[in-house]
Structure formats: structure tokens, C-alpha cells
Ligand binder design. Structure first.
Ligand SMILES: [Zn+2]
Length: 371
């Protein structure tokens, strides 16, 4: 048993283990007890007798931006290795799978996964198997994408398009136009990957609507933020229109300076995702807990961090009752250790910080796993 104070939980949960429970409606923590009754786990907020607990219980963590088409292309990795084994109960694939490859994913990859999954379907039918997935534009089709969505509504949660200077070459905004059209017809969110210019945010903005997601929001290039951390004119308009910002850390999309300044200036609630893939996992990102610890290091309140991996992404994925812990279907237990740590971003900056979020266990689809 790796963590001492949680090491007694399996027997103790029969009698009740004291926890700080995240209340997603009020964005706060409340004291209570988690109890196992029969084969079900329940959070009981009426028992607040123990204020000394250091264990947190939240709805199951959701990672909105990952790449889980394991064994396929440059990016795919094993969903469980970045999922329930690291405290994450739901991972959404951000475009590793497309119209031509989803059948293989469903036949050969999906049955191997225990973690809950959703897919943002790539607008390129081959999926993101390498950079420049739009080389053969004649294969991109809003109609075919919508047809595939309709056949896979149980798993597809949106449409993904990468539109940044490092991805597009001769294609311009055409992949974005087609992806936006497909998302609008299917009535699903569009996830847009931003990075270097061009294209500029002012060109991207007309294709996005309320509830869409702008991922890699703290990348160290592009035109999203002013030097002082206030949003650029186009970014301000996107925020005002209800576009949701997503961290999407990844191997090249997280700047401590950009993030810290933006947080200090004040932000709407944002999603916090890892963009874990084969190239980022062992460089910079490691796991969700490390990304969350970096958010603590830039002074984001813990409640807002948890909101960004539970309530907010659950709404995007249309997961009704995900945050109801009265009976725990998916929940994550963690602790915050006081330990000197050094965290690195993707822009050559390292930050020393003395706190680290440590996952202790998950309930995933009703079953408890000690981590
Ligand atoms: Zn990604």
C-alpha cells in the first residue's frame, strides 16, 4: 500500500472513512464520510465529526484531451495507463481516431479499456496519426463525418480539428470550415486546437459557437494573450461568447508564464486536460496529477482545478449525474503532499513548488481500485 493514511481504507470504508468531499454545485469542499454498504460506496455529508482528514473525494476525474488509439500512429497510448491507474475515470480522445479508423478502434482497442472513454472524432478521416493529417483534403467530408457520428453516438462526444501553423500547410481554414459544419449538423461541440499563427484567432472565431472548446489555450505562441496576461481582442470575444478554454498541456502547448499571468488576471472556469500521448507522456506531462499540481503552482484555487476536471468537462460530455456522489459510481480520492517538487513546462521553464497532488484510489463504474 503506497500511501499510509489511505492504506487502511478498504477495511475502514465499511465503517466510514473521513474525507473532504467536493460539492460541484457550490464549487466547495465539505467534510463527510465515505462508506461501503453492500457492494456500493456512498458519500455521507451528514457525518462531519472528523476535521483532521487529509483525504479528498471528488467526482471521477475527466481528462478531456488525450490520445488513446493505442498502437496507431505517432500519438496513441494505452487509455488505462493514463486513465484509472492514475486517478482519471474518464478520458476523451482528441482526434486520434477518424472516420476511416473508428471501426478498428471499436473492434480492437475499445474492448481492452477499463477506463470510461469518449471520442472527439477527427475531421481528417485517418485521424491524427502524424502531423499534417490534412495532406489529402479530398477525403475530408462533413457528410461522412456526420454519418459516422450517427452510427457511434454512444461514444463520440464532438469533432476535433487542429488548426495551427505547425499542422496546416496549404489547407488554410478549410479543415476548420468542414469540421465546424459537421459539428453544427451533429449538434456536438467542436474542439479546436490552436497554436502558432497563422491562422489568427480572429479568423478562427467565426467557426466557433458557445460550448465549443479551444484547446492548448496556454501555448507559448499565437495571439491569444497580451503580454500582461489579459486576453487579446479575439480571445476576449471568444470567452464572452461562451467558448470553453482547455489547457491541453501536451508536449509543446503549455507555458508557465502565459498560464500564470492569465490566471492572475482572472479567468472564467476552464477545463484542465493533459494532452497525454506517446510523445508527451514522458516529456513534461507524465500524468493528470502532475498537470493539476502545476495549476496549484500558478495559484489556481483547488476548487477551480477540480471544477475543470469534473463539473465542466462532464457538462461538455453530457454526463448527467457524473458529479452526484451520494452513490459513488465514479470518484477519485487524493491527497496533497507537502514535498519539494520541480515542474517543467514546454517552453524551457521549471518551477519549484512544495505541493504535489497524489491520487490514492478511484471508484470506477462502482468498483474501487487502490492506487
Ligand atoms: Zn492532442
Amino acid at each position: 500500500m503506497r500511501v499510509e493514511c489511505f492504506g487502511r481504507e478498504q477495511s475502514d470504508m465499511n465503517n466510514g472513512t473521513s474525507v473532504k468531499i467536493y460539492n460541484a454545485e457550490n464549487n466547495c469542499f465539505e467534510y463527510g464520510v465515505v462508506r461501503k454498504e453492500g457492494d456500493r460506496y456512498h458519500a455521507d455529508k451528514s457525518d462531519t465529526s472528523d476535521y483532521s482528514t487529509k483525504i479528498y473525494l471528488t467526482p471521477g476525474w475527466i481528462d478531456l484531451h488525450t490520445h488513446i488509439n493505442d498502437g496507431f500512429g505517432m500519438f496513441g497510448i494505452n487509455a488505462d495507463e493514463i486513465g484509472y491507474k492514475t486517478g482519471v475515470c474518464m478520458v476523451a480522445d482528441a482526434g486520434t481516431t477518424g472516420d476511416f479508423t473508428i471501426a478498428g478502434f471499436r473492434k480492437y482497442v475499445e474492448p481492452t479499456i477499463k477506463t470510461n472513454i469518449k471520442l472527439f472524432l477527427c475531421i481528417s478521416p485517418i485521424g491524427i496519426i502524424f502531423n499534417h493529417e490534412y495532406n489529402a483534403m479530398e477525403y475530408l467530408s462533413a457528410e461522412n463525418t456526420v454519418r459516422t457520428i450517427e452510427a457511434n453516438r454512444d461514444i463520440i462526444c464532438g469533432v476535433k480539428v487542429r488548426i495551427a501553423s505547425g499542422v496546416i500547410r496549404h489547407e488554410g481554414l478549410e479543415p476548420l470550415r468542414i469540421a465546424s459544419k459537421a459539428a453544427r449538423i451533429a449538434d456536438l461541440p467542436l474542439m479546436v486546437h490552436i497554436g502558432g499563427n497563422p491562422p489568427y484567432l480572429s479568423e478562427i472565431e467565426p467557426f466557433m459557437k458557445k460550448g465549443d472548446i479551444l484547446t492548448h489555450c496556454f501555448n507559448g505562441s499565437g495571439d491569444a494573450w497580451m503580454e500582461d496576461g489579459t486576453p487579446s481582442t479575439a480571445m476576449k470575444r471568444l470567452i464572452e461568447r461562451g467558448i470553453i478554454l482547455d489547457v491541453g498541456h501536451g508536449g509543446g502547448s503549455f507555458s508557465f508564464d502565459v498560464c500564470r499571468k492569465a490566471v492572475m488576471q482572472g479567468l472564467p472556469k476552464i477545463c484542465i486536460s493533459t494532452d497525454l500521448h506517446a510523445l508527451s507522456r514522458h516529456n513534461f506531462v507524465h500524468d493528470m496529477a502532475t498537470t493539476l499540481s502545476k495549476m496549484l503552482a500558478v495559484s489556481m484555487p483547488l476548487e477551480d482545478i477540480i471544477h475543470g476536471i469534473t463539473k465542466l468537462p462532464a457538462g461538455i460530455l453530457r454526463l448527467d449525474n457524473w458529479c452526484d456522489l451520494s452513490t459513488i459510481r465514479n470518484g477519485t480520492f487524493f491527497r496533497i503532499d507537502e514535498v519539494p517538487s520541480v515542474y517543467s513546462d514546454c517552453c524551457g521553464k521549471s518551477v519549484s513548488f512544495n505541493r504535489r497532488i497524489v491520487p490514492l484510489g478511484v471508484v470506477i463504474n462502482g468498483a474501487f481500485f487502490d492506487l
